[in-house]
Design a protein around this ligand. Structure first.
Ligand SMILES: [Zn+2]
Length: 202
């Protein structure tokens, strides 16, 4: 925090309110030397004095600590940017998870139909073996693709430190899992836990 900037800001706002240093000090039940000290950049108001000081000067604590007036539009724009990023990320991850489900269904359907063809129709043994092999390859490949897709959709939350992270593909595939959790090692605290699936970073 820039004490000189904050001090100048306090002086500016005090003058704008038409207050002398001693008048402001009186209202805060402190000595005018303390006010003078702040305004010269030697030390910040105690925490217990911050709110009353801000009330008198009609500024926010945020503005006091920044040492400047903040535009309402700036506040709003920043807040909106954060919310939009959050919503967008959730939407994208929902789409990714939906695509995963479609891929699982497509993989299963094509593998099962190949196996059924191999079982139901008259054909040479080598043809059956080939069809079943293709079915197996399709299944393994499909599951692999789904794992890649799903591991990048959203985050996993560590049970210990609540860090949200994207796991490495290897540990993701090998991790024991349920529908909404997966046993993973947290990159932050290094502990292994049943990490929950989360759609967004925060
Ligand atoms: Zn952790």
């Amino acid at each position: 925090m820039d004490q000189i900037k904050i001090g100048k800001f306090i002086a500016e706002q005090r003058k704008a309110k038409g207050l002398t240093q001693s008048r402001l000090a009186e209202q805060l039940l402190i000595s005018d030397k303390t006010v003078s000290k702040w305004e010269c950049g030697y030390g910040l108001p105690e925490v217990s004095l911050m709110l009353p000081l801000c009330e008198i000067l009609e500024i926010s604590v945020n503005e006091l600590l920044c040492g400047e007036r903040l535009e309402i539009s700036e506040y709003k724009q920043k807040a909106e940017e954060i919310i939009m990023n959050f919503v967008q990320e959730r939407e994208e991850n929902k789409k990714k998870i939906f695509a995963c489900i479609i891929s699982v269904v497509a993989t299963l359907l094509s593998s099962i139909s190949l196996i059924m063809v191999a079982g139901l129709f008259e054909m040479e043994v080598w043809q059956r073996v080939m069809l079943i092999s293709i079915a197996c390859v399709t299944m393994v490949f499909g599951i692999f693709v789904v794992c890649v897709m799903e591991s990048s959709a959203g985050y996993f939350e560590c049970q210990h430190c609540k860090t949200r992270f994207v796991p490495a593909l290897g540990s993701y595939i090998m991790g024991v899992h349920g529908i909404t959790w997966r046993r993973l090692k947290c990159p932050e605290c290094g502990k292994v836990s049943n990490c929950r699936k989360r759609l967004s970073k925060k």
